[in-house]
Design a protein around this ligand. Structure first.
Ligand SMILES: Nc1ncnc2c1ncn2[C@@H]1O[C@H](COP(=O)(O)OP(=O)(O)OP(=O)(O)O)[C@@H](O)[C@H]1O
Length: 244
């Protein structure tokens, strides 16, 4: 089953002399459980592709299906609902709500999707425990290190058990140690069979994926399936234990 399908996807900005083809006729199938890395020079369209696949931007042309459902033509409300329930986003600059504690940040998507406060609390507690941050649950984001913040952001992305996690330069603001923390987390997600698409400039991050796509000028120039994907184990509890 393909979690994501993209056909002849195009996103243009501006007109005439100022026309930019951010994404220029892309076809892509992302099977369930695949960890896909997208690399390419600055401005080649990686973030735009991610935004189009997650319903954050509308394409100029082409089609996007999420779990078999067309998302490029649905109305705004339906799209917002799909995003909330089926897609988990992780951004380079974390995008945590600074006024909310780590736990409240993770609770938020559950509440927005109509979950009860009790269900939200339990889910946040569980996920923060899984990412090794249960002891930081009541901290505000500014009290956390970069790696801890990104782990909270990953927990938040997983709050509604998304079909796919879309991560845009998730280690772009992190030092080596924090990058390693987040990479470990992604490896665990991959082992669980979580479908994941990540945009990165870091070859080390890309090397942890099952498949690597290189982009240039809005198009794919290489699509390589990397060896070593062992499939998911179906385990979850304890997989994220990593201390601080
Ligand atoms: N809203 C916009 N208006 C005009 N041009 C845009 C807009 N958004 C993106 N672009 C242009 O589209 C192209 C692709 O941008 P995009 O951010 O997707 O690239 P990227 O590969 O993610 O770059 P980076 O690695 O620097 O984040 C760039 O030339 C960018 O300037």
């Amino acid at each position: 089953m393909n979690v994501l399908q993209v056909r002849d996807l195009v996103k243009r900005h501006g007109r005439k002399e100022s026309l930019v083809r951010a994404v220029d006729g892309v076809d892509l199938d992302v099977p369930a459980g695949q960890m896909l890395a997208v690399m390419g020079p600055s401005g080649c369209g990686k973030s735009t592709l991610l935004h189009l696949m997650g319903g954050l931007e509308r394409p100029t042309g082409g089609q996007v299906w999420l779990a078999g459902e067309r998302i490029d033509t649905v109305g705004e409300r339906a799209l917002a609902r799909l995003r909330r329930r089926s897609v988990g986003f992780v951004f380079q600059s974390f995008h945590l709500v600074e006024e909310l504690t780590a736990a409240e940040n993770v609770e938020l998507p559950v509440l927005l999707a109509g979950g009860s406060p009790r269900a939200a609390r339990r889910r946040a507690q569980y996920l923060l425990d899984q990412v090794g941050l249960d002891h930081r649950a009541r901290h505000l984001p500014w009290k956390l290190s970069g790696g801890e913040r990104q782990r909270v952001a990953v927990a938040r992305a997983l709050a509604n058990e998304p079909l796919v996690v879309l991560a845009d330069e998730p280690t772009g603001n992190l030092d080596t140690a924090a990058t390693n923390e987040v990479l470990r987390l992604f490896a665990e997600l991959r082992a669980m069979g979580q479908t994941l698409v990540l945009v990165t400039h870091d070859g080390r991050v890309a090397a942890t994926a099952d498949r690597l796509i290189s982009m240039r000028d809005g198009a794919f120039v290489e699509d390589t399936w990397l060896a070593g994907h062992t499939g998911h184990t179906g385990r979850f509890d304890g997989l994220f234990a990593m201390g601080d």
